[in-house]
Design a protein around this ligand. Structure first.
Ligand code: ATP
Ligand code: MG
Length: 421
């Protein structure tokens, strides 16, 4: 016998018993975004490889080792998007959306990274991305944090997450800091692991992000970027923390929060949880004004974040109430050939008159007993029964499956009234 083909490692199916949970979260996401006036943008899943190299940066984990890159039939190098920020900005530049305009956008969809699969880390995963353009002040940075905070509230996971903030300052401030940092690490090169030795040359700030326990003391004692920030960067950060303080939103300042990507400036933030092991970041973002010019646009402003949906779903695992979402109202049982013939027609009439009715037909005949079993298993509130007697009298029977009410036989008009009420 041939082996069955299986899904690709790290790429998961979401089976029907899990989709109600996803739909619940997706609905909350849409609702919250709407209350802040954000508009949806839909983007291709595949982009030119060049886009990611230029935006994410050649010396990042993503570009160095995580991208799904291939040549298409024309020999063009294409990549399955590992994130959405670059594609969103590419689209907005391409369609001229950034000329003297302000935008608040979101997208939702699959991202692809060739990582080692484990809980909370997959090769195909879903992100909600939120990107804003054209706003320089810290008020929009705050708004993005408030929006995510409101979402945690609605999902009931506020108690499981913690906000971490940092400021990366401007490029100029980082250049000065970078020198100090390299100097510091060079004083004790024997404490650096192989990855960090490489990063010391290419991207020393990322050493601060190391997950290697042996290097924790070294990075904890490193000079901090905060002390190299200029007046404007400091004021921007204070603007943000003042707003959060005024609203009573608790945060910690994590001076080692540098984010993996090169394009950030000033505000960076992460929402983290201690409930998902090493995959603790559920939402991460910040300001990336510089990326716009990097992709050929005029100087402008951009702030955004991305949320890892699988990790959020994992935090909701204990919410058993989300599993009981009922999917249908009525199940139609057809007994005898006359009923089998007119059943579909009757069901269509019901759907015409009751547009919200969720009605499932018994297809494929069967005895009354077996159909009744299916009706019960379907989760429907009531069964609609069509047999020879009902057909002869132009009637239909309704049997309540979840409450103690006697079965009734009524006309179609009566049935419609009954269901409406
Ligand atoms: P991590 O440190 O966990 O690798 P990252 O810095 O690579 O995260 P981002 O590029 O900032 O992640 O993506 C934003 C969010 O998307 C992450 O905070 C996380 O919730 C989610 N995410 C990233 N990579 C994966 C993945 N491979 N599988 C599932 N979710 C992911
Ligand atoms: Mg990563």
């Amino acid at each position: 016998m041939a082996n069955n083909i299986q899904a690709i490692r790290g790429m998961h199916d979401v089976l029907p018993d899990q989709t109600p949970r996803w739909q619940f979260v997706e609905q909350q996401v849409r609702d919250v975004l709407a209350t802040y006036g954000y508009a949806e943008i839909r983007l291709p899943i595949v982009e030119k490889t060049e886009l990611f190299k230029r935006s994410i940066g050649e010396v990042t984990d993503i570009v160095e080792k995580e991208m799904y890159t291939f040549d298409d039939r024309n020999g063009d190098s294409l990549t399955l998007r590992p994130e959405g920020t670059a594609g969103c900005l590419r689209a907005c530049l391409e369609h001229g959306l950034l000329h003297n305009q302000v935008h608040r956008l979101w997208y939702y969809g699959q991202m692809f990274r060739h990582e080692r699969p484990q809980k909370g880390r997959y090769r195909q995963f879903i992100q909600l991305g939120v990107e804003t353009y054209g706003m320089a002040g810290s008020d929009i940075d705050a708004e993005l944090i408030l929006l995510s905070y409101r979402l945690w509230q609605r999902l009931g996971i506020l108690g499981k997450v913690e906000l971490q903030l940092n400021s990366l300052g401007t490029i100029e401030e980082r250049i000065v800091y970078r020198e100090k940092l390299v100097e510091y690490f060079n004083q004790q090169p024997e404490l650096l692991d192989e990855d960090s030795k490489r990063r010391l040359l290419s991207n020393p700030l990322r050493i601060l992000d190391t997950k290697n326990p042996a290097m924790q003391a070294l990075v904890e004692n490193a000079p901090t970027l905060m002390s190299y920030l200029g007046a404007e960067s400091k004021a921007h950060f204070k603007g943000l923390t003042d707003t959060l303080d005024a609203l009573g939103i608790i945060y910690t300042i994590n001076q080692r929060l540098v984010r993996g990507l090169d394009y950030y400036s000033k505000t960076v933030f992460e929402w983290v949880t201690s409930e998902l092991g090493a995959q603790g970041t559920i939402c991460a973002g910040g300001r990336y004004d510089g990326l716009i010019e990097q992709l050929g646009g005029k100087p402008n402003h951009a702030v955004g974040f991305a949320m890892g949906m699988e990790r959020i779903l994992a935090l909701l695992e204990t919410r058993e109430d989300l599993d009981t979402i009922q999917s249908i109202d009525a199940y139609m049982i057809l007994v005898g050939s006359a009923a089998e013939k007119s059943g579909l027609l009757l069901a269509e009439k019901l759907r015409d008159c009751l547009p919200n009715l969720r009605l499932q037909m018994n297809c494929g005949a069967g005895s009354f007993k077996s159909q009744f079993k299916k009706a019960d298993k379907s989760g429907a509130d009531y069964a609609l029964i069509l047999g020879d007697d009902e057909i002869a009298n132009n009637e239909i029977s309704i049997k309540f499956l979840r409450k103690d009410v006697e079965q009734r036989t009524v006309t179609l008009a009566e049935l419609i009234e009954l269901i409406k009420n």
